[in-house]
Design a protein around this ligand. Structure first.
Ligand SMILES: NC(=O)c1ccc[n+]([C@@H]2O[C@H](COP(=O)([O-])OP(=O)(O)OC[C@H]3O[C@@H](n4cnc5c(N)ncnc54)[C@H](OP(=O)(O)O)[C@@H]3O)[C@@H](O)[C@H]2O)c1
Length: 376
């Protein structure tokens, strides 16, 4: 969005800012979710004594999960446990979902993690996965706290590619699909001063880590509610959904498949550092994706094409986009043996979860739709 501001977009600038906001939110820039403690017993902070039970790891790997209780991290922790590994979850303790897998916790603010270096070493980890570094300072705090010689994995995003910059600036910059060798962004902090995946990648790669570049993640517990523009219309009994050109190709990935990618990285024989795109094999353009969500919900909601200029704010991700953000996950499949799951089943499960767990304060105002539809 900073790029859009600087380059003084033409008359439809306001519309485009909404588009870029919708798209950048889809890439993970968001306020903290409304997950709060619900009385689950936890260890805060852990001590040597508390770690006693966590040492019984069997053949599994003892894995420090930095973050781990909101959405992506939550799925990773569940997958690690299910696969027989032993996670230690390190976070502040603000988000303590009742149904989180039963694992040990260290509650500490990220910038204080280096002071817990001995505690983390006492856990005797074989690997660490940083789910929520957010920027270079976040990565440095983690790296200063972790024991040396363990396998390192860090999550990043396909927003590191120059194509993302091109998409925001409405310039055609790159051929797709993007591979790990595609050009990186030349402009930093496009999402504001706090966020920068390029910084965290640099620090982690220098430390020998594997970096997983995620597409737009969807699935159970997604606090960004990326299906909500469609689901709220179904919930509100609408029969028609105004949609724009709907051509945008934006690689997505199911949260369970991200967790499987982390499992593959933890146990892979591949020892070299490097980046891996973690994205679905095939990507539906945005308009078709809306239709797939409707079908997965078993709903009767017709997509009706309107001019991009009159799209309601929450449907502007369906406006025409020139530079696509389509990435290839071939390297992860070849090197890590990772596979994404059946897309229909992943979407069905995700839509089902979001329909069963609607936001408490969902927006039932459809006046923007009526305005758009009256232009036909
Ligand atoms: N969602 C997407 O579409 C998408 C796309 C591309 C990449 N990604 C990547 O996915 C990752 C985010 O996933 P997520 O938010 O679902 O992760 P998560 O690990 O499930 O949740 C974030 C964790 O960080 C902890 N935390 C937050 N601020 C902290 C702080 N200052 N100190 C210590 N702990 C802190 C939170 O717990 P407390 O609140 O208890 O501290 C929580 O456990 C990011 O790396 C993002 O770039 C996401």
């Amino acid at each position: 969005m900073e790029i859009a501001e600087r380059r003084r977009l033409p008359s439809d600038r306001a519309m485009w800012q909404d588009v870029t906001r919708a798209l950048s939110e889809a890439l993970g820039r968001h306020e903290v979710p409304c997950v709060r403690g619900r009385g689950r017993a936890f260890v805060a902070p852990i001590s040597g004594d508390c770690l006693g039970g966590a040492h019984a790891g069997g053949d599994g790997v003892r894995v420090i999960v930095l973050g781990g209780t909101w959405f992506v991290g939550r799925a990773i922790v569940a997958a690690l446990r299910a696969a027989g590994h032993t996670p230690l979850v390190v976070h502040r303790g603000r988000a303590e979902p009742a149904d989180l897998a039963d694992v040990e916790h260290l509650h500490a603010e990220r910038q204080s993690w280096p002071a817990h270096r001995d505690t983390l070493a006492a856990f005797e980890p074989g690997a660490a996965i940083d789910v929520s570094a957010e920027n270079g300072a976040g990565a440095r705090a983690a790296l200063d706290a972790l024991p040396s010689g363990i396998r390192l994995i860090a999550l990043s995003s396909v927003d590191v590619y120059r194509a993302y910059e091109g998409m925001l600036a409405r310039q055609l910059t790159d051929a797709v699909p993007l591979t790990e060798a595609s050009a990186l962004r030349t402009v930093r902090h496009v999402e504001g001063p706090h966020w920068e995946n390029l910084e965290l990648e640099e620090r982690y790669l220098a430390a020998g880590a594997m970096v997983l570049r995620l597409g737009a993640v969807y699935g159970e517990h997604d606090y960004q509610r990326r299906f909500e523009p469609v689901l709220r219309r179904i919930r509100g009994g609408r029969t028609v959904l105004p949609v724009g050109a709907g051509n945008f190709l934006f690689s997505r990935v199911y949260v369970g498949d991200v967790a499987r990618a982390v499992l593959a990285a933890v146990t892979s024989d591949h020892r070299r550092h490097g980046c891996f795109n973690i994205v679905e094999t095939q990507t539906a353009p945005m308009g078709l994706f809306y239709a797939q969500i409707i079908a997965a919900a078993g709903a009767d909601l017709e997509l009706v094409r309107v001019s991009d200029e009159v799209l309601p704010a929450d449907l502007r991700a369906s406006a025409a986009v020139g530079q696509h953000l389509l990435a290839s996950g071939q390297k992860a499949r070849d090197v890590l043996g990772w596979r994404d799951s059946d897309p229909q089943e992943a979407l069905r499960r995700s839509v089902q979860w979001h329909r069963a767990n609607p936001p408490k304060d969902w927006d039932a105002d459809f006046s923007g739709d009526d305005v758009a539809l009256r232009t036909l």
